[in-house]
Design a protein around this ligand. Structure first.
Ligand code: FE2
Length: 395
């Protein structure tokens, strides 16, 4: 959930008189409708109990919870999990894998450990066709990985007792995309928490058909770190950043909604080391980082601006997927930023997200670089970071 993004319900093209709609159609010489049909009817909607509500309750500040990363117990090749897949397709070298043939509901503990290890390595993994992975199974899997997070401001399901589920529900929703710059909307969820989220799952209950929009993009923060020069890496490794929940809380209050837990500001290292892979990653997101500690404000502002550009424009670090009904994305929120696309009306987009707290972020200088590991393992050339030598355009 991006900071300050709250939905308003408005109807889709409700008030145009018939003759006006006809006029619009008749003036156009284009009849091709990309991804706009069919529009699913929801007369007897199966997931009404998972529609959103904003409960008027108050929770105490979060206390520290124990966390042991299940990925540490996974097979190095995630072979317990991958051997039952019918197809495994990588999206890009640094991020994103799409898997078919696996039912998340039926995984053994060894396969769950492999799942954690795979997600820690690939950033985001997509599982198609998870029709039997209901909200109870989703919460059970999340609880296997750690303590589930309860969001302080965003919507929870209508059904009581599911306050650790975050609901996305958009249908004829007023489009907010003009309120923010696109780079600002890149974020990892609730990084202001003392123990920001680790393994996160998002299941689509209802969504646009293929080509109907509503894609989600993820950006690997291993790859973002590896896009930096060694000197910049060393500089940022010495710094910390402030992550603030205040803007999100202020946004909720502006809409008259209850902030269920008081907002906090937390200092985290700007580079962290992953406990499973041992790789260093940038731990920065434009949505919640408000300042870099220990440097003048001018430097802080420029570092934020610079890293925002790295996250939003390092395309080799990014993967883009459209989740359709019953698809599930599992990502590691510690080492991924994500952002969503808009413009999928008239379709309903309804999804539920479950996530566990990870460890308190740690920078371990003994950590390694994903890029260096891959270069050594596959004999790849080092990235040209000093701008020397010949270069060609790539189209
Ligand atoms: Fe999010």
């Amino acid at each position: 959930m991006a900071p300050y993004m709250q939905e308003q319900q408005v109807s889709f093209l409700p008030s145009l008189p018939e003759e006006k709609q006809g006029f619009l159609v008749s003036k156009s010489s284009v009849n091709y409708e990309p991804g706009h049909t069919p529009v699913e009817a929801h007369d007897d909607y199966q997931f009404d109990r998972l529609r959103p509500r904003f409960p008027n309750v108050h929770w105490p500040a979060l206390a520290e919870v124990p966390y042991v990363d299940k990925g540490l117990f996974g097979h190095p090749s995630s072979s317990n999990l991958l051997k039952i897949a019918t197809e495994v397709v990588d999206y890009a070298p640094k991020i994103g894998t799409e898997i078919t043939g696996i039912k998340l509901r039926s995984l053994t503990d060894a396969q769950r450990n492999d799942l954690a290890r795979l997600v820690a390595t690939r950033g985001v993994v997509i599982f198609r066709g998870q029709d039997d992975f209901d909200i109870d199974a989703q919460r059970e899997l999340g609880s296997y990985f750690g303590t589930l997070h309860k969001h302080a401001t965003t919507s929870v399901p209508l059904q009581e007792g599911l306050e650790d589920v975050h609901v996305i529900f958009m249908e004829g929703t007023k489009d907010m995309r003009a309120m923010f710059t696109k780079p600002f909307l890149w974020h990892s969820d609730v990084t202001y928490e003392l123990q920001p989220l680790a393994y996160t799952s998002l299941k689509l209950l209802s969504g646009p058909p293929q080509g109907g929009g509503g894609d989600t993009l993820w950006c690997s923060q291993y790859a973002a770190y590896d896009a930096l020069s060694p000197l910049m890496q060393q500089f940022l490794e010495k710094l910390t950043a402030l992550h603030s929940a205040k803007m999100q809380a202020d946004g909720s209050r502006a809409f008259g909604r209850t902030v269920r837990r008081e907002p906090i500001v937390t200092e985290h290292p700007l580079v962290r080391t992953h406990p499973v892979t041992g790789w260093k990653s940038l731990f920065f997101n434009p949505g919640f980082v408000t300042a870099i500690k220990g440097v003048p404000k001018t430097e802080s502002d420029h570092i934020i601006s610079y890293l925002t550009e790295i996250v939003s424009t390092t395309y080799e670090a990014q993967a883009r997927f459209q989740l359709r009904k019953d698809d599930v994305a599992v990502w590691d929120n510690r080492i991924c930023n994500h952002t969503a696309t808009y413009g999928f009306a008239p379709h309903r987009r309804h999804a539920v997200r479950v996530a566990c707290h990870g460890e308190r972020p740690v920078f371990d200088p003994a950590g390694t670089s994903q890029e260096d590991d891959y270069c050594a393992r596959y004999g790849l050339p080092q990235i040209n970071k000093d701008c020397t030598g010949l270069a060609n355009y790539n189209d």
